[in-house]
Design a protein around this ligand. Structure first.
Ligand code: 5GP
Length: 189
């Protein structure tokens, strides 16, 4: 997606060798006009898949998933990371290792928000080693639902997530794939 690549080049900051900071439009401030274009692109790519629900993970996936859902006219479910007293007791859980935080955490989805009839599209902001998506995929499998595909805004192609998911036969669409960020220089696939 050319508009996304331009935004990354103009506004992205490379932190160290492997973190891309896009706080001005995706991870802190949200550029809604731009995110509408992202949502439209995901719609274009997955519109024939009869999606019934979009699944993401809190917190940075929520905005993109919500905007995308307006094109599909389906609900968004986001996996929760924190224990809270008002979460249902009937829940699916999975373990995720966080690339940015370096720790493992549990994700949770109430059983009533995914059924075996669902055709689910996973949406997230970044794909690094694929742990977040694999955790969501695990929950979809526990529910007996069908994963129609995964839509990612920015895939870091020099990490393993994309390869792992494609080899597992997942219908993965990344709107931009960054192949390297050496010396602060962003190179797209
Ligand atoms: P993965 O589970 O694929 O290893 O990592 C994906 C998750 O980590 C995403 O949900 C995203 O929030 C976060 N993440 C991974 N790499 C980056 C990055 O370079 N920049 C930002 N902003 N988030 C990242």
């Amino acid at each position: 997606m050319e508009l996304l690549k331009r935004k990354i080049l103009e506004e992205g900051e490379v932190i160290g060798e492997d973190i891309l900071k896009v706080d001005s439009f995706l991870n802190h401030q949200l550029d809604i006009e731009f995110l509408n274009e992202v949502g439209r692109e995901f719609w274009y790519r997955f519109k024939d898949e009869k999606v019934t629900r979009i699944l993401t993970i809190e917190s940075s996936g929520i905005a993109i998933a919500a905007i995308t859902a307006q094109y599909f006219k389906v609900p968004v479910v986001f996996a929760k990371k924190n224990i809270s007293r008002n979460l249902d007791t009937e829940i699916y859980t999975s373990e995720v290792f966080s690339f940015t935080k370096g720790t493992t955490y549990q994700i949770k989805v109430a059983k009533r928000y995914i059924t075996s009839q669902d055709r689910i599209l996973i949406i997230d902001d970044f794909l690094a080693n694929g742990r977040a998506v694999l955790g969501l995929k695990d929950i979809i499998e526990q529910a007996g639902a069908y994963l129609v595909g995964v839509g990612i805004v920015i895939e870091k192609g020099f990490q393993q997530g994309g390869k792992t998911l494609r080899e597992a036969g997942v219908n993965l669409h990344s709107l931009a794939i960054v192949d390297s960020m050496r010396d602060g220089k962003i190179v797209f696939r």
